[in-house]
Design a protein. Structure first.
Length: 236
């Protein structure tokens, strides 16, 4: 009986042990097979307010009043090829040193006296120029009819310098002639025109005479001469 009881007890112990081992094994297997699930509270999700979006008020826009715009009245536009109505005053170069200067007196002293009746109301046409540096050479003027001088009995004069023209007042005392400042138009006459030379010489004239029917003007430089021919009666 004792042997039988011992056997039964041993069997029970073995059975319990086997059950225990099997249960333990099954538990470990379930733990290994069970997938790891992320914790609900530990999941990393992007925060709704952390997205980087351009703010409506932070966009950079050019200020309305800071935009650089050209001023309407300051734009430089080329002048059309229309006759210039404005005039430029050509100053008299002899007004400050008329017949009182020694050079002028020496020039006038050697001239034949001239009568105003012989030179006024005539259209004088510029034909040539004699430079004091080359007294034996005369510079001929093309188209003399385009470079004229007319003195009128009311003390005014009229000049034509190629495509430009103007007028002023003059003073004539014996052989002393002073042409006052003239208002001249400002047309561009071209590269071959002599209007620049003509307009630069006339304000320096200090004396006048008649030689062989020609009008001779003496600019400021001693020895310079301007020769004019009679182009007929001048109408004011």
């Amino acid at each position: 009986m004792k042997t039988r009881s011992a056997s039964i007890t041993l069997v029970l112990l073995l059975t319990i042990g086997v059950i225990t081992v099997v249960s333990f094994s099954l538990g470990c297997t379930e733990q290994e097979e069970a997938p790891a699930e992320p914790s609900e509270n530990t999941s990393v999700e992007p925060a709704e307010n952390t997205l980087t979006e351009p703010s409506g008020n932070t966009s950079v826009e050019p200020a309305e009043n800071n935009s650089a715009e050209p001023v309407e009245n300051t734009s430089t536009e080329p002048i059309e090829s229309t006759p210039a109505e404005s005039t430029e005053t050509i100053p008299s170069g002899s007004a400050g040193s008329s017949g009182s200067s020694e050079s002028t007196e020496s020039i006038i002293g050697g001239l034949e006296p001239v009568s105003a009746d012989n030179i006024i109301n005539v259209e004088w046409q510029w034909t040539s120029f004699q430079d004091s540096d080359s007294p034996d050479t005369q510079i001929m003027v093309p188209d003399p009819e385009n470079y004229t001088l007319a003195l009128f009995d009311d003390g005014t004069y009229y000049i034509k310098a190629d495509c430009n023209s103007g007028s002023g007042t003059y003073t004539l005392e014996g052989n002393s002639l002073i042409l006052g400042p003239a208002g001249i138009t400002l047309m561009a006459c071209g590269p071959e025109s002599m209007d620049g030379e003509y307009l630069s010489l006339l304000p320096t004239v200090e004396a006048v005479t008649i030689e062989d029917g020609k009008l001779v003007l003496y600019p400021g430089n001693e020895g310079d001469k301007m020769f004019f021919v009679n182009g007929g009666e001048a109408k004011q």
